[in-house]
Design a protein around this ligand. Structure first.
Ligand SMILES: [Zn+2]
Length: 310
């Protein structure tokens, strides 16, 4: 079965952690799904299980994290697990969650990459689709902007500027595929400023937040005793977030993305503008030149001795 076919998980795998905001223990289970299903989240702790497809049309809030919802049931912080599924080449999966938010784990996508690797992947009968950006699109909000133009493969250039001595004007440009993601982005953690964390706590949020699952920045220092994982961990995490949010297009993307002081709201606005402006062509990975198609192949070894999934 070709690497250009869709892939799903070979078996189901689970992991448990706390929700960043609720502080409650939450279990996440990745399950195989049929070809063409895409990524579908399910809240399994509510009376009637609600399926929420990981699509831009289901995004209901982007203020603290990316939240999706359906029929009045919501699920927050889907971006890190989505980035990991994209990077590992998982086209179809059911993601069961036993609470209102995806567990934060260590604040990065690393634990989700490991979970996918634990399950392994199987090729499916349907061909993999790629969302190729065919025309430039830009969205702005004040001095924040996000744009994309046609390009070969996927690249992201990201600049942040937090007017803070430790996080001034970090910039990074990367040509991204699953391999680069794993090495350079997956382990970059979410971050917050101490005064914001205190405000969130007063509002009853960030109850699960700790130095175990976020980089916390005070006026002039990093409060985490272990320090940073990358000298520019902040901008790397921003790119990780954008890749997770852009997977809400419903297929891996091909184009050159530029982000300037962007965040979840602008990533989602960019994705929606791409669809509204009809700036995307859905092409088969097998129709791409071989070296380009190679960048869209799964980065997880196929599971041993597992039959082809439907
Ligand atoms: Zn994040």
């Amino acid at each position: 079965m070709s690497q250009n076919h869709q892939h799903t998980l070979a078996t189901h795998v689970s992991s448990e952690g706390v929700g960043l905001h609720t502080g409650a223990p939450i279990r996440l289970t990745l399950r195989p799904a049929d070809a063409g299903a895409g990524i579908v989240f399910r809240r399994t702790d509510v009376a009637r299980v609600v399926e929420i497809p990981a699509r831009l049309s289901h995004v209901v809030d982007t203020r603290l994290a990316t939240m999706i919802g359906r029929d009045g049931v919501t699920l927050s912080t889907v971006e890190h697990v989505l980035a990991a599924l994209w990077a590992c080449g998982v086209d179809n999966a059911v993601v069961d969650v036993t609470g209102p938010e995806v567990p934060v784990m260590d604040g990065s996508a690393g634990p989700w990459v490991e979970l996918v690797e634990q399950a392994g992947l199987v090729a499916q009968t349907a061909a993999r689709r790629v969302a190729r950006v065919a025309a430039p699109v830009e969205v702005r909000d004040g001095d924040k902007r996000a744009s994309v133009r046609p390009g070969v493969g996927l690249s992201v250039a990201c600049a942040i500027d937090f007017r803070h001595p430790l996080i001034t004007q970090q910039q990074l440009s990367l040509t991204v595929d699953g391999e680069v993601f794993r090495k350079d982005l997956a382990h970059a953690r979410t971050f917050g400023f101490l005064h914001e964390v205190e405000m969130l706590r007063k509002a009853g949020l960030a109850r699960g937040g700790s130095l175990e699952n976020a980089v916390v920045v005070d006026r002039e220092c990093i409060m985490n005793p272990e320090g940073l994982r990358f000298q520019d961990e902040f901008v790397r995490h921003k790119i990780l977030d954008a890749l997770g949010d852009l997977y809400l297009l419903g297929a891996p993307m091909m184009g050159c993305v530029e982000l300037h002081k962007a965040g979840h709201a602008l990533h989602v606005a960019l994705g929606r503008a791409i669809l509204q402006q009809d700036a995307v062509e859905w092409i088969l990975a097998s129709d791409l030149p071989a070296p380009v198609a190679a960048r869209y192949r799964p980065r997880v070894k196929p599971a041993q001795g597992v039959a082809l999934a439907g």
